[in-house]
Design a protein around this ligand. Structure first.
Ligand code: SAM
Length: 322
């Protein structure tokens, strides 16, 4: 369906848990450094509730679903959630954003449950730096996940890198090199102001800087016109490079997304504090109310995010779902 600004909303990001096994410094909650107390206090949507929400959202026009978190792989019933969503005929694209730790073992199982593809977070190609950025992550796990996704067909595979000045911006070239022989998309995401570290504008590396440093990148047509990334390629390379520029190039006018948190709140915009509870409709088993609540939230989606230097999110990224 269309919102009041004429945007066609057909993409749902569904967070299945606020818990994460990593602790990326630009993402972690500001109130609890380990994120643990905040993460464990919340009652989560059940797999069945996730299915009911997506079914109601599909009736409101949603066609694409991305599972996120926190870390979705921590959800023991993840395959069940995938199976329930896969049964909804209107949903034509079901993907997951993950740090990939433990994915290699589960990739085939999740593919067979109905997962189409994966976006994997990869902020460095250097093991020690990767560990520091992610608060304990293992680069080998990320690469095992990349290989497994390509092997079982969780594709097209996209790698997401959040660039932070002075931290990993010297690896842009090496990350682009991953696309030389692999049919993957490496996407550079501008740092969004989600916690004090990421709120420092000096840390932002813009898409324009990447284009200036790598002038051989050639613009290619977007695989999905509603996707937030601008796509580029180095001539002769198998994969592509995406720039996601929420800060320097707002894409709010073409935003087609809503988000649902793992505790059942609908967030029409990542960069806006507004959220609408779906809990009463879920508790009453009232599918019509659920559908109406989602439709109303879509219609009233804010015109644009308010990421500015003073922005302070009501929820940390892990509790919203990235
Ligand atoms: N645990 C999963 C993962 O690591 O991909 C999914 C959740 S994570 C919150 C989803 C995405 O949000 C990741 O690609 C992460 O890099 C991105 N993200 C988190 N904080 C961000 C920030 N301050 N600015 C830009 N992207 C951010």
């Amino acid at each position: 369906m269309y919102d009041r600004y004429g945007r066609k909303i057909e993409y749902l990001r569904l967070s299945v848990t606020p818990r994460c096994n990593l602790n990326c410094f630009y993402c972690r909650p500001e109130t609890c450094p380990d994120g643990e107390s905040e993460q464990s206090a919340l009652p989560l949507l059940s797999a069945a509730e996730c299915g009911r929400i997506v079914r109601a959202a599909a009736l409101a026009g949603v066609r694409k679903v991305r599972l996120t978190g926190g870390e979705p792989l921590l959800r023991p019933d993840l395959a069940e959630i995938i199976r329930l969503i896969r049964q909804i005929p209107e949903i034509t694209d079901l993907s997951m954003t993950t740090n990939g730790h433990g994915l290699a073992k589960q990739a085939l199982f999740l593919k067979q449950a109905g997962l189409d593809r994966v976006n994997l977070s990869l902020d460095s190609l250097r093991a020690e730096r990767f560990r520091l950025i992610t608060g304990g992550g293992l680069l080998d796990e990320a690469f095992a996940a990349i290989d497994a996704c390509l092997e079982v067909g969780l594709t097209p595979l996209k790698l997401n890198t959040v660039l932070v000045r002075g931290v990993n911006d010297d690896e842009i070239g090496a990350l682009i090199e991953l696309t030389r022989s692999r049919p993957i998309a490496v996407r550079f995401i501008e740092l969004m102001p989600m916690n004090p570290l990421s709120r420092n504008n000096d840390n932002l590396v813009t898409g324009a800087e990447i284009l200036a440093a790598f002038p051989a990148l050639q613009r290619i047509p977007a695989s999905d016109p509603a996707a937030p990334s601008e796509d580029y390629q180095l001539p002769g390379y198998a994969g592509s490079v995406g720039l996601i520029r929420p800060i320097s190039h707002r894409f709010c006018s073409s935003c087609n997304r809503i988000r649902i948190t793992a505790d059942g709140m609908l967030k029409p915009c990542l960069g806006d504090a507004g959220e609408i509870s779906l809990l009463a409709a879920l508790a009453d088993f009232n599918e019509q109310t659920l559908n109406e609540t989602i439709k109303q939230a879509i219609f009233n989606k804010p015109a644009g995010h308010s990421f500015n230097p003073g922005f302070s999110p009501a929820r940390s990224m892990n509790r919203t779902g990235g």
